[in-house]
Design a protein around this ligand. Structure first.
Ligand code: ADP
Ligand code: MG
Length: 251
């Protein structure tokens, strides 16, 4: 099972939008895919219209009162399941801190999932919390959406420095990309151009700032459900293709 975490220290940058759309594309490829909504705000669960929450909350899950596989919900999309979130996810950090091995909590949780799924997508909450450190520990790929501003780049550099210093998981591949790009804004033009010249690690295809993408909040669905032929849907497909190429996926 390959683990793709969609993460940024900052909120509102497109983590949930990206994890919902990419997990759909992964499932459409025929890969058995699970999307785990780790954010207490539950955006991914909302977009996927999965109402049922985990019995007793994620607190019971982390305390291993029941198996993680029992908490998985079907989404109605072939090959795509969801582990929903609720407000109790905000206590995840606290619960992890109280464990003997706080950095290995998620690693233990996902063990039973490894055989059942080809891909696990983690829609992460913002912040450099214990949840994030657990994510860094298990992920193969860290997808980092960034809005092209100088402050976003500072936050990204901070993340990279943190990973260089603290990362124990040497598999982890960090793939940043730009989202909500509006090239009529001078700062977006300057930042996207400079960064791609200096840092080829950035994925080539930026996602533009678009009402069609934002409409996911109204439609409560992945973009492919209501605007499959749009350029925006194509840009997510192109992003997914590049991610697969850069991470040596077969499908
Ligand atoms: N490319 C985009 N164009 C327009 N709106 C976007 C785009 N990406 C995300 N959004 C909107 O920005 C807001 C934050 O996105 P979201 O994916 O929830 O970010 P995060 O999970 O990082 O907090 C949402 O209202 C979402 O619809
Ligand atoms: Mg989110």
């Amino acid at each position: 099972m390959k683990i793709f975490a969609v993460y940024n220290i900052k909120g509102g940058v497109g983590k949930t939008t990206t994890s919902v759309n990419l997990s759909c594309l992964s499932a459409a490829d025929g890969s058995r895919t699970l999307l785990w909504d780790l954010d207490p705000q539950g955006g991914a669960s909302y977009y996927m219209c999965v109402k049922t929450k985990i019995k007793g909350g994620s607190e019971q899950l982390l305390k291993r009162r029941f198996k993680v596989t029992d908490a998985v919900k079907m989404t109605g999309y072939p090959n795509l399941d969801l582990l929903p979130s609720d407000l109790s996810n905000r206590r995840m950090d606290f619960i992890m801190h109280n464990k003997k091995k706080p950095l290995e909590v998620l690693e233990k949780q996902i063990k039973p999932l490894r055989k059942q799924y080809d891909h696990l997508f983690l829609d992460c909450p913002p912040d450099l919390s214990m949840v994030a450190e657990n994510v860094f520990n298990i992920a193969d790929v860290l997808l980092v959406p960034l809005i092209p501003t100088t402050l976003s780049l500072r936050a990204y550099n901070k993340l990279v420095r943190f990973l260089v210093k603290n990362r124990t998981n040497k598999r982890l591949k960090v793939l940043p990309f730009f989202n909500q790009v509006n090239l009529t804004k001078p700062i977006h033009r300057v930042v996207t151009r400079n960064v791609r010249e200096k840092h080829p690690i950035f994925l080539a295809d930026p996602i533009i700032d678009s009402n069609i993408i934002e409409a996911m909040g109204i439609k409560r669905a992945p973009i492919f459900n209501y605007a499959n032929d749009s350029e925006e849907a194509e840009s997510f497909r192109s992003l997914w293709r590049e991610i697969k190429e850069r991470t040596h996926q077969e499908k």
